[in-house]
Design a binder for this molecule. Structure first.
Ligand SMILES: Cc1ncc(COP(=O)(O)O)c(C=O)c1O
Length: 388
């Protein structure tokens, strides 16, 4: 179904840099090197500098980045890994694929990210690992909390697929006023390793699949570089099984053009987030996300209360407005993880209430006003004449 107002407009990060993108693609075509090579090395250098880390390793996707980051960090069979029950499936899938045992943690109602208060109990003794997810672009932990977890002996692999460019806040938690300062490190920088996705709709998106592993640890970096090329450190010599997971030169060239614009694009997303918050203020039956200074608003996700979410989505679709449910089933409830079962209450509730509205850098005030007005009438329609 074609929507009049899509959830994301890919032109928003293409049109402003179109001729630079064309030149970059032609440069790759003329150079004739299509996998890894100089273009990827230069991107890795530039993105490492931007993210404030020593090593950046380009891989095939965000999912592969998670798998490779986990394995390179030493996470292995039987190890217990805490991760939120509310994220994209790739997060626990990657943990399961390295043979580790998942300990699903509930989320914080206000932030949609992992309830960090549960991380500092017995759950996370030495030898454990944690994979926080900066869901919808909101950082899940402060740099200090990541450092504390690591001091307790935990391996921390941050899933930064939705938070490219975000900085750690000074504090986190429901309803607090944690503010990022321009000198805070970027999310992922304090972790043992971090994983990024360059899926086209991400805050830094390519024109195909792509991902990145980052780390400050030389050994983790060396292992990640080996794992992406069939586990080999020396060509045709293999001490372990790895993957065919290389970033291609065309993606690297495209990402190099877009990288210098990400901060500006993230700022535009934040402006749009605040505008939605104004337009939808005091809307009965709607809970709005808090747009903190460090939020990069990958998604603008509201909660629609009292079981009206699906009806609201339907009404919006009837108006030609796309909205998406990220994600309709909590991860521990997925059949592959043994669900459905008792569940974690806040993750379950989120899966029934969340609705993401159209969001991209530079979405116009007029489009947002149209969306907001349609949301208000959809809520009225969903509640029916008696306001139920
Ligand atoms: C939170 C999260 N983790 C991991 C991934 C996996 O990234 P990719 O689609 O590039 O494999 C995604 C993106 O879809 C994501 O949103």
């Amino acid at each position: 179904m074609a929507f009049r107002i899509p959830i994301y407009d890919s032109a928003s990060t293409v049109a402003p840099v179109r001729s630079a993108l064309e030149q970059a693609m032609l440069r790759v075509m003329d150079a004739g090197q299509f996998i890894l090579g100089a273009e990827v090395e230069q991107f890795e250098h530039e993105v490492a500098e931007y993210l404030g880390v020593r090593h950046a390793i380009g891989v095939n996707s965000g999912t592969d980045a998670l798998v490779i980051a986990l394995r390179a960090s030493g996470v292995t069979t039987g190890q217990v890994v805490a991760t939120p029950a509310f994220s994209f499936f790739a997060t626990p899938e990657a943990i399961a694929s390295v043979g580790a045992q998942i300990d699903f943690v509930d989320i914080n109602e206000a932030t949609f990210t992992m309830d960090h208060t549960t991380l500092f109990d017995d759950r996370l003794g030495a030898g454990r690992a944690v994979v926080p997810v900066h869901l919808y672009g909101r950082p899940a932990l402060t740099a200090m909390q990541v450092a504390q977890l690591r001091q307790q002996g935990a391996v921390v692999v941050e899933d930064c697929a939705q938070s490219f460019g975000a900085r750690y806040p000074v504090s986190t938690g429901g309803g607090d006023t944690g503010q990022a300062t321009s000198t805070s490190p970027r999310t992922g920088a304090a972790a043992t390793a971090a994983a990024y996705s360059f899926f086209p709709t991400k805050n830094l998106g390519g024109m195909g699949d792509g991902g990145l592993v980052t780390t400050d640890d030389d050994q983790v970096a060396e292992m990640a570089r080996a794992l992406r090329v069939h586990g080999s450190r020396r060509k045709y010599h293999h001490e372990q099984f790895g993957y065919n997971s290389r970033l291609d030169s065309l993606q690297a060239a495209i990402l190099r053009v877009k990288l210098p614009h990400v901060d500006e694009w993230n700022a535009l997303r934040r402006v749009a987030g605040h505008r939605y918050a104004d337009l939808l203020a005091d809307c009965d039956g709607l809970v709005l996300p808090e747009i903190t200074a460090e939020h990069v608003v990958h998604q603008f996700t509201v909660r629609v209360a009292r079981g009206h979410r699906d009806r609201v989505q339907q009404v919006l679709a009837g108006e030609g407005i796309q909205s998406v449910v990220y994600y309709p089933v909590a991860l521990d409830q997925q059949p592959v993880f043994g669900g459905p079962g008792a569940g974690l209450p806040r993750s379950d509730r989120a899966s029934q209430e969340v609705l993401s509205l159209p969001m991209w850098p530079g979405i116009s005030a007029q489009v947002q006003a149209e969306v907001a007005s349609a949301v208000r009438s959809a809520l009225r329609a969903a509640r029916g004449p008696d306001g139920g």
